[in-house]
Write a protein that binds this ligand. Structure first.
Ligand code: AMP
Length: 425
């Protein structure tokens, strides 16, 4: 019987991975221009890292983790997000000892046992950005700017940044109390999840997608009115910088984000091109998290972005993926020509060009067809007859022009010279 991939876990085939590559290219360019450096973290961590880091009352920890015991009986979990792991690495390797603001970017697969649907998978990829070492609002603004910059550089249409402040341990409990009071006499209209949220984490009700809960949440007290002076001043400064940077934002007091560690600034990037799952990225400030995970009291802020959703948007935009570039195809006829051709391919690749070789000894016509399928710009035709005369033929596949070149030591350079005439190099 055919073996298939696991539900919600997808293969990314070359047709599509070319888009992923473009995204990663822009990711490196943009994030490195902000001084973020790449960090790589393991796929598996101790389960308690996520329980402590993400929060026991979050959907991720309550229902969505891939947790298992290894052969020694230790409880391990496939990472459902990157922030907790990056904080762990930051603490474990004493990266705070530099005394600098440390800024990282990362990309890799995440695992959540969610109900798969369009834009929602069980293995999905995130790009992640994290910065540690300052609670200054200018860092919040720069982090949000890097996200906006990245999305506009990728030409994602209709990007808007939704902003909120979730307050801090000083003012949030007061708001939570008010919220609890508001929802208490409306319990009957809440979904079962929200009824339990009311006891454990009433803020999460604001985020519920169930229609009746959403309607009640719309009329709930607004968190902005309960922020303490510190949080209010901080949030106003963040908004001021973003206005200065001309980044379009809109206030969304209902956005609470699904993770427990956020304080003060939270944000999401949304795109008009995505349907129900319109959030491309989300993040916020998590000032207590480093301490909570055993490190010093150092503030942090970051965000995560779903690769699949970005790819979906880019797919909508470019109906056809650009053909894979092939600079030279090598067609051969006969055993000696094949040996000559395979060494020529090695030399061309060493020069840095994409070169394909015809692996199967087929007719010249079949090989030319293959060259066209591969979108080759040029084809080197190497036949026994030509080799006897110490020559090969180089064909421009677009103009159909052909030139004869000497099959000697300088052949690879001569081919490059024809492919890239000096004035265009
Ligand atoms: P979160 O880590 O939940 O804040 O999500 C950050 C971003 O990751 C979202 O805005 C999505 O783009 C993406 N994302 C989250 N969960 C999934 C999923 N199950 N499948 C695909 N993308 C996801």
């Amino acid at each position: 019987m055919e073996i298939r991939s696991i539900r919600g876990m997808n293969d990314i085939l070359p047709e599509e991975s070319i888009k992923w590559k473009r995204i990663r290219h822009v990711m490196e360019r943009v994030f490195e221009s902000y001084g973020f450096r790449e960090i790589l973290i393991p796929v598996v961590e101790e389960t308690c890292l996520f329980q402590r880091g993400i929060g026991e009352t979050t959907d991720i920890v309550e229902k969505e983790m891939y947790t298992f015991e290894d052969k020694s009986g230790q409880s391990l979990t496939l990472r459902p997000e990157a922030t907790a792991s990056i904080v762990r690495a930051y603490v474990q390797h004493h990266l705070y000892a530099s005394g600098k603001i440390e800024k990282f970017y990362f990309w890799g697969p995440m695992f959540r046992y969610e109900r798969p649907q369009k834009g929602r998978y069980r293995q999905f990829y995130q790009i992640d950005v994290e910065a540690f070492g300052s609670d200054d609002p200018s860092l919040d603004a720069e982090i949000i700017a890097s996200l906006y910059d990245f999305l506009t550089r990728l030409q994602v249409p209709g990007v808007a940044i939704e902003l909120n402040s979730l307050g801090c341990p000083n003012c949030r409990p007061g708001y939570q109390k008010v919220l609890k009071e508001y929802f208490s006499d409306k319990q009957a209209a809440l979904c079962p999840d929200c009824r339990s949220r009311l006891v454990r984490n009433p803020l999460r009700i604001l985020d519920c997608k169930v229609e009746t809960c959403h309607e009640l949440a719309m009329k709930a007290p607004n968190i902005q009115e309960f922020l303490c002076e510190t949080c209010k001043t901080h949030f106003e400064a963040v908004q001021g910088y973003l206005t200065e940077l001309k980044i379009p934002t809109r206030l969304n007091p209902m956005m609470v984000r699904g993770l427990d560690y956020y304080v003060q600034t939270t944000f999401e990037a949304v795109s008009e091109n995505l349907g129900a799952q319109n959030a491309v990225a989300g993040g916020g400030r998590y000032d207590g998290l480093v301490k909570q995970l055993g490190g010093p009291d150092i503030p942090g802020i970051g965000y995560a972005m779903g690769m699949e959703r970005l790819v979906m948007i880019l797919k909508e935009m470019e109906k056809e993926s650009p053909p894979w570039p092939c600079d030279l195809f090598i067609a051969t006829l006969g055993g000696r020509a094949r040996r000559f051709g395979i060494t020529l391919a090695a030399k061309i690749r060493k020069i840095g060009k994409v070169c394909e070789f015809s692996y199967e000894p087929k007719s010249l016509k079949a090989q030319m067809k293959l060259a066209n399928r591969l979108n080759a710009k040029f084809t080197a035709i190497i036949g026994e007859e030509e080799l006897r005369r110490e020559e090969i033929i180089l064909r421009n596949m677009r103009t159909k022009e052909q030139v004869t070149l000497p099959a000697n030591e300088t052949l690879a350079d001569k081919i490059i010279a024809v492919m890239e005439p000096r004035e265009t190099r």
